[in-house]
Design a protein around this ligand. Structure first.
Ligand SMILES: [Zn+2]
Length: 65
């Protein structure tokens, strides 16, 4: 995916905010662009990929699974 603002492909996981609940229901996860720090939503697969790179623990992610 590309950042909607700067078209960068470099992202990191972003912390879930209360307002993100609706997105999470649709398996959209918040990510933050490393270049412009813009926020966007990515697929679960993409979020898992970022998580493996290792920034936030699953607990920080607010998942119950
Ligand atoms: Zn960006």
């Amino acid at each position: 995916m590309h950042c909607p603002t700067c078209y960068s492909t470099k992202f990191q996981l972003s912390r879930v905010r209360p307002g993100d609940r609706l997105q999470l229901l649709f398996f959209r996860y918040p990510v933050r662009c490393r270049k412009c720090a813009g926020r966007a939503f990515a697929s679960r697969a993409f979020a898992n990929h970022l998580r493996k790179l290792g920034k936030l623990s699953p607990n920080d992610y607010g998942e119950r699974a």
